[in-house]
Design a protein around this ligand. Structure first.
Ligand SMILES: [Zn+2]
Length: 451
């Protein structure tokens, strides 16, 4: 065992000379010493928890310590928007033209052909292994929930939630189109979500009955004391104003539980007048906005033989300016909606910084993959670095954001309750035994797409 490993396992040690973003600390005690808002501090870890945080060199440290030489420390990542049930199906069900419509038809065929409990379980667990190794402490996943599908995915989710409870906090949101909630089955689904302690969710589309659908969803949520989580305006249609409608209905219902709206892409192509009006309503309704830059950059503005122009992200800077919580998250992972990804919070943050220009200045944007999603998920003891909290930390060699976001940081150390975990990622071959690639099925998908 190396000396550093012995120190980590000693139960009482200091992490010396670390850089922590001011926004992830108790601000009243510290001032940043870099232009990027990083504070140089020493952290004391005692019996799995952070027991003190002091300015570097302000105390004489007598206990064992590890000098991190300015390396950045993050709290564990919090991934508020994923689709673990769909993850890792892209090899057996590839999206051959990369469009949103093909993603939907391809997924439907995959569900019919393959979604048995053991298949869904294996892929979801593989995603959890990736997330955990990267340093994630909490995940919210949407679960495709039409008809009897809900029984399958919620049952698998529950098993994983229990088995992983010491490693990753898991939350589930049902995913259906909102018209479903006007049916008896939709009401049964709302009951199921309540039974599983989940969040009521769905995809809002512009349609003549949207207001009626939203009224029903808010009523079902209020009756069962549920929070809400919507997929909204994931398109570049100028007329798509579901976010606006949701905010209006939330205000009308005086809804007091948390509301999350994800994507909100169409806002970026609307007039300044509509943008201003919608942002004002979103603020009034206390809605948190989630942007999924990797997935949206992949899907939006895609057409064959055409170079994409539009980035697909929503108005993150404008929302933030009004004090509306902005979060970035993984979304899909190696499925027809996004052919890449590994549920790595650092990759999400890195890509978000580059795609949405979050580096001028960095401000408190790193909260958007840590503290802000934790707060909106009702988890006040993770996603931040404070005295008394578990030492669930990610230690990077990188000393500045430019170093942090220029390399994959594969050599990061992930501490859980003060001790390093195994950060080896699961082997993709693990999926081979459990998720069979069906050559005949692939053929049928290709025929379907070429229609
Ligand atoms: Zn999604």
């Amino acid at each position: 065992m190396s000396i550093i490993s012995e120190i980590f396992l000693s139960g009482h040690y200091w992490l010396k000379n670390v850089h922590i973003p001011l926004c992830l600390l108790d601000k009243s005690h510290f001032t940043p010493d870099t232009r990027e808002g990083l504070c140089r501090v020493d952290l004391e870890i005692v019996q799995e928890k952070i027991s003190s945080i002091v300015l570097s060199d302000s105390t004489v440290i007598e206990n064992t310590f590890i000098d991190l030489k300015g390396g950045i420390i993050f709290p564990g990542f919090v991934d508020i928007h994923t689709h673990l049930d769909k993850s890792h199906i892209c090899e057996r069900s590839p999206n051959l033209d990369g469009t949103f419509d093909t993603a939907i038809t391809t997924l439907r065929k995959d569900v019919q052909a393959f979604w048995q409990p053991e298949d869904v379980y294996a892929r979801m667990e593989f995603s959890l292994k990736c997330s955990y190794a990267h340093g994630t402490t909490a995940i919210r996943t949407h679960l495709d929930s039409f008809g009897r599908q809900a029984d399958l995915v919620f049952e698998v989710f529950k098993r994983l939630q229990t088995q992983w409870q010491d490693k990753i906090i898991l939350q589930a949101v049902c995913l259906v189109s909102l018209d479903y909630f006007l049916t008896d089955e939709g009401v049964i689904l709302a009951d199921k979500v309540a039974e599983y302690g989940g969040i009521l969710g769905g995809v809002a589309y512009m349609n003549p009955y949207l207001e009626k659908q939203l009224n029903q969803v808010f009523t079902l949520a209020k009756e069962r004391n549920l929070s809400l989580d919507f997929h909204v305006d994931e398109n570049n249609d100028f007329n798509s104003v579901c976010l606006h409608k949701i905010a209006e209905i939330a205000i009308k219902h005086e809804f007091s539980n948390q509301i999350i709206c994800s994507h909100c892409c169409s806002l970026a192509v609307q007039s300044q007048e509509i943008i201003n009006r919608t942002i004002k309503l979103v603020k009034q309704a206390k809605i948190g906005v989630v942007s999924l830059p990797m997935c949206n950059l992949y899907l939006q503005d895609r057409a064959s033989n055409k170079t994409p122009y539009w980035r697909g992200i929503t108005k993150v800077h404008e929302f933030k300016k009004q004090g509306i919580p902005i979060i970035f998250a993984s979304d899909n992972c190696r499925d027809p909606f996004f052919g890449f990804g590994d549920h790595d919070g650092l990759e999400v943050f890195k890509e978000s910084v580059r795609i949405a220009h979050l580096d001028t200045p960095y401000s408190d944007w790193c909260s958007s993959v840590t503290k802000t999603p934790a707060t909106l998920m009702g988890l006040s003891s993770i996603g931040r670095i404070s005295i008394g909290l578990n030492a669930d930390l990610i230690l990077f060699k990188a000393r500045y954001f430019s170093e942090l976001l220029s390399r994959p940081q594969s050599d990061r150390i992930v501490l859980r309750r003060g001790k390093p975990i195994n950060t080896n990622l699961p082997d993709y071959a693990e999926l081979d035994n459990l998720v069979l690639v069906n050559k005949d099925y692939n053929k049928s998908v290709q025929v379907g797409i070429s229609r």
